[in-house]
Design a protein around this ligand. Structure first.
Ligand code: PMP
Length: 362
């Protein structure tokens, strides 16, 4: 059986090189005589894996020293609760920009904790654009402003040059689950960045959190220990058994990325891949991208033919051609190609070739 081009939005394709290394090291990691899956999280071997993985992530993301990096469990969705529980503690108030389902879910969890408010939204046009942000929209005395940087379902993104500008005393909190490590963002502009691993960084089961150190320790002591950033920071992500194997695979992905030239090199490749696909969509007589050009994601590219039956036929035939998981999210229909870091240029070329043939036939 040959490997397919997997356009899944998540969990998603991993670099073949990473899978091969994991395969080689599956039974015996180094000189330990055991698999990383079988190792104590308190062992010297795992301590090295965790320390190296953290150091490589710090280097790749250019994380300043006044930030802590945590590898936690519970996926992106647990962050929706941890963020308000840990940060909405001074004024008990936070503002949210709603650019899709994931931002909405984050807001819905925040409402359970305190006074959360949606101050800008693109829901009126099915989240096909990024709403204009003006600092005057923010309320006074908020504990943070929350954004979802890349909107996996709708294929929009806040570009690095289009992030909301916030006053120094308002931390910008960001969900980067679906575009982490895909292009350069300046970490110092954020109070907290989190990313579930299973799209651009590794397998499901781990979420990486970058948090400015002055934001630790703000939670009430009676919140559950597992939801307290300070406790995880004090124990260097080993308060309880961490998702050891997922962390190890993230480490292999970071090594792969470093060898490639890091995030700037990846960004150049991603921009070329995305431009190819968007150019094709812009010039196609059959297919149409659904997002306004200035908000287009480099990672998730939704498109339609305008005919639901033809869309379904496209998904079916593309699958037969070895192009997997092109069906759009159930809430929007149509198609979506997720072209994360691990999708090679050849995969994008194969998709465009197939689209050309489909267009000729229809
Ligand atoms: N945020 C974004 C941007 C996502 O795409 C997703 C998952 N698709 C989530 C959060 C939720 O992540 P999880 O399933 O790990 O809870």
């Amino acid at each position: 059986m040959e490997r397919v081009y997997n356009f899944s939005a998540g969990p998603s394709a991993l670099p073949v090189e990473v899978l091969e290394t994991a395969q080689k090291e599956m039974l015996c990691y180094g000189d330990t005589g055991m698999s990383v899956m079988e190792m104590s999280h308190r062992s010297a071997a795992f301590a090295d894996i965790l320390a190296q993985t953290k150091a490589d992530y710090k280097e790749l993301m250019q994380v300043p020293d006044n930030y802590e990096i945590l590898f936690l469990q519970g996926g992106g969705s647990t962050q929706f609760s941890m963020i308000p529980l840990n940060l909405m503690t001074d004024h008990h108030r936070a503002d949210y920009i709603q650019t899709g389902n994931w931002a909405k879910k984050a807001y819905q969890e925040a409402v359970k904790v305190g006074d959360a408010k949606v101050i800008a939204s693109s829901e009126d046009k099915t989240y096909t654009y990024i709403p204009k942000f003006d600092a005057s929209l923010m309320r006074n005395d908020i504990d943070y402003l929350y954004i979802c940087v890349n909107n996996t379902i709708y294929g929009t993104r806040f570009r690095p040059d289009n992030l909301p500008t916030v006053p120094a005393n308002v931390p910008l909190v960001a969900d980067m689950s679906s575009n982490i490590l895909s292009e350069v963002y300046d970490v110092s502009k954020f109070g907290l960045i989190f990313a579930g691993a299973q799209k651009n960084m590794g397998p499901a089961g781990v979420v990486a959190v970058i948090i400015r150190k002055d934001l630790l320790g703000r939670a009430a002591v009676d919140i559950p220990a597992m939801l307290n950033y300070q406790i995880h920071a004090d124990k260097d992500s080993c308060y309880n058994t961490p998702p050891c194997y997922s962390i190890y695979i993230c480490g292999l992905v970071y090594k792969w990325l470093k060898k490639l030239g890091g995030v700037p090199a990846m960004e150049a490749i991603n921009k070329e891949k995305a431009a190819k696909l968007y150019d094709f969509l812009d010039n196609s007589k059959l297919f149409k991208g659904t997002v306004v050009p200035e908000a287009r994601s480099l990672m998730n590219v939704p498109f339609v033919t305008g005919d639901a039956d033809l869309d379904a036929q496209f998904v079916k035939e593309s699958k037969a051609a070895g192009l997997e998981n092109l069906k759009g999210h159930r809430t929007v229909g149509g198609m979506r190609a997720s072209i994360y870091n691990a999708m090679p240029m050849a995969g994008v070329d194969a998709l465009i070739d197939f689209m050309k043939r489909f267009e000729m036939a229809h």
